[in-house]
Write a protein that binds this ligand. Sequence first.
Ligand SMILES: [Zn+2]
Length: 144
Amino acid sequence: MSPMITINRQAWDLMVAHAEATFPNECCGAMLGNIDGDVKSVTQAVAIENSYTGAQGARYELRPEDLLEADRKARAAGLDLIGIFHSHPDCDSYFSKTDLENSCPWYSFVVLSIKGGKFDHANSFLPNAEQTDAPKEELIWPKS
Ligand SMILES: [Zn+2]
């Protein structure tokens, strides 16, 4: 079975709302849930402040302590921190060279494309251990 990530309604609504609210800047956050083999289920999303000090229209950064806090939140709820999401304002959902360099191979990376302030499409990427490539995995979100 190929890797797949599903996102529930509650988590998805928060991710999209956060990405649209921070437009035209990039947003970021954590995805919490469960992993069963190749299938990841996101049941909770946490918005995290973009800590990049330069222009945030094309870049995001997560503070390590914010990520640790999300990990604690996950464990307290009996969940795992399974991925990171961020947005690409007025840009398609792809995994950039910077995204790859700042990634880590044990998380899924969901990129939401926000065009004109509204959600357009999304993809999920799985960086390899060498951080030289990040193939897509199947992403399933609730369609409204
Ligand atoms: Zn990016």
